[in-house]
Design a protein. Structure first.
Length: 177
C-alpha cells in the first residue's frame, strides 16, 4: 500500500513533450510499440516516454514481467507518462492513475526540459545523485529525475525500496537520450 501511495504522490508532477508513437495494431488504442517493425534500420527513432526504456528493462526493475507500455492521455505539466504494468496491477486501470506494480516513465525534451526538472526539484526534498546525466536527484520517496542536455527523464518504480531499480532504469534511459 505504501508503494501505491508513493506512486500516486509522484504522478502529480509527471510531464513530457514527447511525440505520440503509433499504437500497436493488436493492442488497445493506448498501448504503444517500443519499436517500429516498418522503420528503416537507418532511420533513428526519437526517444520518448514509451521507448526510452524497454519492456525487458522495466520487467527487471519491477522484478516480474510487465506488459508493453501504455501512454496516458492526461496532461500534467505539459506532458504525459508512459506506464509498464506488472501482473498484479488491476486490469483496465487508466495510465493516468498512478498505482503500484508499475514503472512510470516521463521524458521531456527541448528548451523546457530544464525548467520542468528544476520545477519538480523545488517541490520535493531532492537528494542529489552523482554519476547520472548532467544532474540527477531522488525526490525522497518515489522517483528519480535526470537531466541530460535538453532532455529530462523521470522514472518511478512502484515497489518498496525503489531507488536502486530507478537508478538502473535511469542509466538505461540515458543510453537512448
Amino acid at each position: 500500500l505504501a508503494a501505491a501511495v508513493t506512486v500516486v504522490a509522484v504522478a502529480a508532477g509527471c510531464s513530457s513533450k514527447a511525440p505520440t508513437p503509433s499504437p500497436q495494431p493488436s493492442g488497445p488504442a493506448s498501448a504503444v510499440a517500443t519499436t517500429s517493425p516498418s522503420a528503416s534500420a537507418s532511420a533513428p527513432v526519437a526517444p520518448d516516454s514509451c521507448n526510452v526504456i524497454t519492456t525487458a528493462q522495466a520487467s527487471a526493475a519491477l522484478g516480474q514481467p510487465v506488459k508493453p507500455p501504455r501512454r496516458g492521455k492526461a496532461t500534467v505539466e505539459g506532458g504525459v507518462a508512459c506506464v509498464f504494468y506488472g501482473p498484479d496491477a488491476p486490469a483496465g486501470v487508466s495510465p493516468d492513475i498512478p498505482i503500484g506494480d508499475t514503472v512510470r516513465v516521463v521524458l521531456v525534451t527541448g528548451s523546457n526540459a530544464r525548467k520542468w526538472f528544476d520545477d519538480y526539484r523545488g517541490k520535493v526534498k531532492a537528494q542529489p545523485i552523482s554519476g547520472l546525466g548532467d544532474q540527477a536527484y531522488y525526490d525522497g520517496y518515489a522517483s528519480v529525475s535526470v537531466l541530460k542536455g535538453d532532455e529530462y527523464v523521470r522514472i518511478a518504480v512502484g515497489i518498496a525500496n525503489n531507488l536502486g531499480p530507478e537508478k538502473m532504469l535511469a542509466r538505461d534511459a540515458l543510453a537512448r537520450m
